[in-house]
Design a protein around this ligand. Structure first.
Ligand code: IPM
Ligand code: MG
Length: 360
């Protein structure tokens, strides 16, 4: 069976990093006999410019009919002033929602070679390997009612933080499954001291925990979790949290590793169909200058191989190739320190492919 992948390069540095991911896919197909085929489609600001829609119907159809989606990045200053529904970010949120990608896996792994790049002392972060499991299709991002209205002679802005039991349960189960495959420790992050919806979150996590007696469940309030992430990040293994808390904590966790340019993510539905994207944004300031780090995008390919294609061996090979180029001293601008060799986006991608090929 051939795996069908939809490629959504998107905006800013998205197309450049996707170009390097495509080289990796070609190598997997041609040298490793991986049965994979792919097709490009438009998303984000570029799609809006052509189709007046950041998620054109044809793109959604293609994504729905494929086994996995690789996404570069969306957004940029050109589209910031559009009405909300036309913004590139809305295309991304609709894609997550339409594909029912409720489980967002965001690993934060520090490569030993990059310990210096972290803003924290290297002993605090050396060997860091944690996974944030973020609920992705519910909570305040999607809750109704929402809006800005005129009330009593002034404008009022409002959003709704709402979670159904079934939504909490399914992300809970996904997180316990992840924890079971790692060190069997799961920390659920909420604000149960203030918010009823997250009191329910905590209650349901405790109920789900009964089915996973081998996993140790702990709870933290989100403010404390933010502090603990910076104070002693290695105390965590798997964190499960709501959509918005996960958005915030995953950026903090990413920074612990020194470069957001290194980190991939997976967004999965109940059947492990997934969308894979680097967690960095579209970085319009460096777009088109062969400066972007393609390693997060390439590691997103590795996650796709593991979670949606059941190709753990190939996933390991791609991850080993990334580790190899770092060991060989190659660095893009974002992770560059002396005396290492500074390379551009394309050179970095070529080096990964060369390392991968030599393992074929
Ligand atoms: C992320 C991003 C998105 C989010 C934006 C671009 C809508 O910050 O994937 O973390 O808030 O989910
Ligand atoms: Mg974010």
């Amino acid at each position: 069976m051939t795996h069908k992948v939809t490629l959504l390069p998107g905006d800013g540095i998205g197309p450049e990093v996707m170009q390097e991911a495509t080289k990796v896919l070609e190598c997997l197909r041609d040298e490793f006999g991986c049965a994979v085929e792919w097709e490009d489609a438009a998303v984000g600001g570029g799609a809006y410019d052509i189709f007046d829609d950041p998620l054109p119907a044809a793109t959604l159809e293609l994504a729905k009919s494929s086994d996995a989606v690789l996404l570069g990045a969306v957004g940029g200053p050109d589209w910031d002033d559009l009405p909300r529904a036309k913004r590139p970010e809305s295309g991304l949120l609709r894609l997550r929602s339409e594909l029912d990608l409720f489980a967002n896996l965001r690993p934060a792994i520090l490569f030993p070679e990059l310990a210096d790049a972290s803003a924290l002392k290297s002993e605090l972060v050396a060997g860091l390997d944690l996974m944030i499991v973020r609920e992705l299709t519910g909570g305040i991002y999607f809750g109704q009612p929402r809006g800005v209205e005129q009330r009593d002679n002034e404008r009022v802005g409002f959003n709704t933080l709402i979670y159904r039991e079934s939504e909490i349960e399914r992300i809970g189960r996904a997180a316990f499954e992840v924890a079971r495959r790692r060190s069997k420790r799961l920390c659920s992050v909420d604000k149960a001291n203030v918010l009823e919806s997250t009191q329910l979150w905590r209650d349901v996590m405790l109920e789900v925990a009964r089915d996973y007696p081998d996993v140790e469940l702990t709870h933290l309030y989100v403010d404390n979790a933010a502090m603990q992430l910076i104070r002693e990040p290695k105390q965590f293994d798997v964190i499960v949290t709501t959509n918005m808390f996960g958005d915030i904590l995953s950026d903090a966790a990413a920074m612990l590793t020194g470069s957001i340019g290194m980190l991939p993510s997976a967004s999965l539905d109940a059947n492990n169909k997934g969308m894979y994207e680097p967690i960095h944004g579209s970085a319009p300031d460096i777009a088109g200058r062969n400066m972007a780090n393609p390693l997060a995008m390439i590691q997103s390919v590795a996650m796709m191989l593991r979670y949606s294609m059941a190709q753990a061996r190939l996933s390991d090979a791609v991850e080993a190739a990334v580790a190899k180029v770092l060991q060989n001293g190659l660095r893009t601008a974002d992770i560059h320190t002396e005396p290492h060799t500074r390379v551009g986006t394309a050179e970095m991608g070529d080096a990964v492919v060369a390392a991968l090929r030599s393992a074929a």
